[in-house]
Design a protein around this ligand. Structure first.
Ligand code: NAD
Ligand code: MG
Length: 395
């Protein structure tokens, strides 16, 4: 029986993880569930799953949850804050930690899981983008297992030869082909992008996801973050990762070999497949995902990404090449920008310009330790907020 902590259990990935786990009560036991401040949802999940611990990042929400659980006669220990999140990632009875908090807030608890040698199921790409070098070192030093949940990286992992960690060239790999749908605005006239609303940006054609990653998909910053994520996970350089726009989201990514073979992983665009794969690896378990009907799919299309339409992709490529704290700076600026867009304080097209300005203003450095990374994150956030106050206005 595997003990599981789900960081961010009330989110889109968290809920999908609970669905897969519910199909296999003989294999997995929920030890801890966590959320930011969604008391009602976490309460309901506690009723259903009866975990040992529930953690809320927000202290007031934690108090409310505790009262409700006591009233209902449920014996769940409630903890609060980052320390609570780190604690439930480190418990000895936990074998696997699903890292499904959105954004930089997930870094410390995810890192804590790696420090304790857990199997880390990584959905929270921002954590790896910020801290790649350090994160991979912590994983190696503590014999943790890092399994990608992001559908592209999960696909790449499935198509990789054994021993790829010793270098892709030695393993006969020429390139990683990172696919992306192009999001809801692939065909929208570029002049119209100024006017798109948060709801339009969040209406992804193929995937149903949280609002932050949905906006990232619409700007293609998501693909940029994934490019950096791929470099760390597969020990390679941005030059060896090619972004391919594939609007149907049936192929989830590919690996190209030196003999001309290209291996692809295909399936429905449903996160329960990569979640089930990572939970059970190296075995396979049922996920509840419908089978892929190739006759219904009928066509697969591929295009080169348009970097004029999607400047965030270019910014991410530059940050990836620069390395050090540049990806952390970019990530923080993007988080501030996306939040401001979702609150309708800035235009959709301001997201890229704000990120670019922050990258120009905040100097990057080496990113060898946590202190440096957190400092870069904080500096980028304060720069982004200052720019927002001073210069960015809707209209
Ligand atoms: P979501 O917004 O639906 O859920 C986020 C979860 O994190 C919630 O449980 C929320 O309570 C928690 N949370 C938010 N802020 C927090 C904070 N400050 N402290 C502690 N917890 C906090 O997001 P999602 O779509 O599930 O995405 C989660 C992560 O997985 C993101 O990094 C995203 O990029 C990645 N991811 C998601 C998908 C997808 O299909 N949704 C696919 C690939 C990767
Ligand atoms: Mg993805």
């Amino acid at each position: 029986m595997q003990g599981i902590t789900i960081l961010g259990s009330t989110g889109s990935i968290g809920v999908n993880t609970l669905e897969v786990i519910a199909r296999h009560p003989d294999k997995y036991r929920i030890v801890a569930l966590t959320a930011n401040k969604q008391v009602d949802r976490l309460f309901d999940q506690c009723k259903t799953c009866q975990p040992q611990y529930a953690v809320m990042a927000d202290a007031t929400a934690a108090q409310q949850l505790d009262e409700r659980l006591k009233q209902a006669g449920l014996q769940v220990e409630v903890l609060a804050g980052v320390d609570g999140l780190k604690y439930v990632s480190s418990l000895p009875q936990v074998n696997q930690v699903m890292a499904a908090i959105v954004g930089a807030a997930g870094l410390l608890p995810t890192l804590a899981a790696a420090e304790c040698g857990k199997r880390v199921l990584l959905a929270n790409k921002e954590a790896l983008v910020m801290s790649g070098h350090l994160f991979m070192k912590v994983v190696a030093q503590n014999n943790a297992e890092l399994l990608p949940i992001d559908s592209e990286h999960n696909a790449i992992f499935q198509c990789m030869p054994p021993a790829y960690q010793n270098g892709l060239e030695k393993a006969g790999v020429r390139k990683i082909l990172l696919t992306g749908s192009g999001g809801p605005f692939r065909k929208t006239p570029i002049e119209a992008l100024r006017k798109v609303t948060p709801d339009e940006a969040c209406a992804h054609p193929n995937w149903s996801m949280g609002r932050k990653i949905s906006v990232d998909s619409a700007t293609m910053m998501n693909k940029g973050l994934e490019l950096i994520e791929a470099c760390w996970l597969f020990n390679t350089t941005p030059q060896q990762v090619q972004v391919v726009v594939h609007p149907q989201s049936v192929i989830h990514s590919m690996v190209e070999y030196i003999d001309g073979s290209v291996l692809a992983q295909m399936g429905q665009p449903d996160m329960r497949t990569p979640i089930a794969y990572a939970l059970a690896w190296p075995e396979r378990i049922k996920s509840g995902v419908e089978r892929l009907d190739l006759f219904a799919v009928a066509h697969l299309d591929f295009e080169e990404p348009d970097k004029n339409r999607f400047p965030c992709l270019r910014l991410a490529e530059e940050a990836a090449r620069q390395s050090g704290t540049a990806p952390a700076i970019m990530n923080a600026a993007n988080e501030v920008a996306v939040e401001a867009f979702l609150q309708e304080k800035i235009l959709f097209t301001h997201i890229a310009t704000l990120v670019e300005e922050v990258l120009e203003s905040v100097t990057s450095s080496a990113a060898d330790d946590l202190e440096m990374i957190l400092q870069a994150d904080a500096a980028a956030r304060s720069c982004a907020n200052e720019l927002l106050q001073r210069r960015y206005k809707k209209g």
